[in-house]
Ligand binder design. Sequence first.
Ligand code: SAM
Length: 472
Amino acid sequence: MSNIPVYLTAEKHHLLLVGATSAAMAKLALFMNTGVRITLVGLGTIEAATAAGLSPEQTGVDTLSIHDRPFAQDDLNEKTLVYIGVEDDITEERILRLANARKMPVNVIDKPAKSNFITPAQFTRGPLQVAFSSGGVAPVFVRRLRSSLERILPPSLGVLADAAGNVRGKIKSIIPDGTRRRLFWDRLYDNAGLYADMEQSEVERLVVEAAKNHRVGATTGQVQLVGAGPGDPDLLTIKAHRALQQADVIVYDRLVSRDVLALARRDADLVFVGKREGEHGVGQEGIHKILVEEALKGKRVVRLKGGDPMLFARAGEELDALREHDIHTEVVPGISAFQGIAASTQIPMTDREYSSSLTLVTGHLKDGAFKDWARLAGEGQTLAVYMGVRGAPKISAGLIGEGVKGSTPVAVVENGTRANERRFYGTLSTLPELVKENAVKSPALLLIGDVVKNARDLNLDKYLPLLQAEAV
Ligand SMILES: C[S@@+](CC[C@H](N)C(=O)[O-])C[C@H]1O[C@@H](n2cnc3c(N)ncnc32)[C@H](O)[C@@H]1O
């Protein structure tokens, strides 16, 4: 069934709602604060509305009147919309027939075939009203769409939008330039979550304050360093998702999964800056150049990084390069590999029995970065080694050389959180073979410590004798 989308002006309508059912109360709750006049009729309506906390005494809403008696034909007089939510079919048919005879818009709640209009799935954010309909064909899809949009548009957006409406004139005098003002509003709405749970007057004060402090930098362009998480797109933050949907240019490398990239705006420029087999790639300086050039063109640039952008990701260098050019920067955190893998393997990183500390370390052995072996692992500690696949033999030998037990449990997780995740379990002394025999490839994380015993799919029959044999 196709529909015509129309928004009715609440104040100009008078709605008749018949019935004391929970469906009728749900409609009452939906409409009672919109300003529409509502007449609620039916036996038991006062009790039902009071039980739902919707009576005029409880809410102070003066546009609602309740008549606890059976429906009468005259109830239709002067009404412009009718909702029927009664239990008995004979009453339902009677009201429907009378309303149709008067050619009134009538809705039998949850019975679209009998109705001549529908109430779409909807939600509001202050002045913003979003309504959905699939004409009754795909209600599950509509529900999913609604919940994903509700997530993207935080409730605080409503307060912010109302506040923005009230101070719009002031902001115009503080930031007279139209382009810069648009950028100010854009950034403000990006960070709507900051205004959660605040009174509107406080939000208005903060918005004016933010406008006074608004610095645009050398350009209206900006760069967001965004955490793509370890691969599963459901692990993106809502803020990261939004950044991907808004970016003009997305600069990414090999660690970013295809599923995450698929969430980018369709017409965004995707710029790959990783290394391909047998190629050098653009290098770190090349990445800086691309970020700076695109931002200086006034573009919204997302530098998308695997995991969290502030962990083993050269974020400091990129931020420095951008600041040198006075470019506005922002960081959107992501789930780091160790967090995603803690979840997929169900290995807690700390544990009252096994470990009270967690160390994140790079296994890149260049520059002797990984040499204080003794400090890094051992009883009561967990070690998560990033980029440790190639160095696994040296890591194993180095730790054992400093007295860490060869029987310390180890997990090697390749492509953590992705559909092709592979997990291998062994001990510190068998780590090199574990990596070699299974031909483990990057990206993979090494977890070293007793907490690994908690892994959900550890084959204890196979594993425990190994630990015991090595412990003697
Ligand atoms: C350059 S570091 C980047 C780390 C990233 N910023 C983070 O917070 O996860 C790359 C290393 O992270 C680890 N890594 C990243 N994603 C991974 C994944 N999905 N599974 C396993 N390890 C991963 C691997 O050790 C990989 O060599």
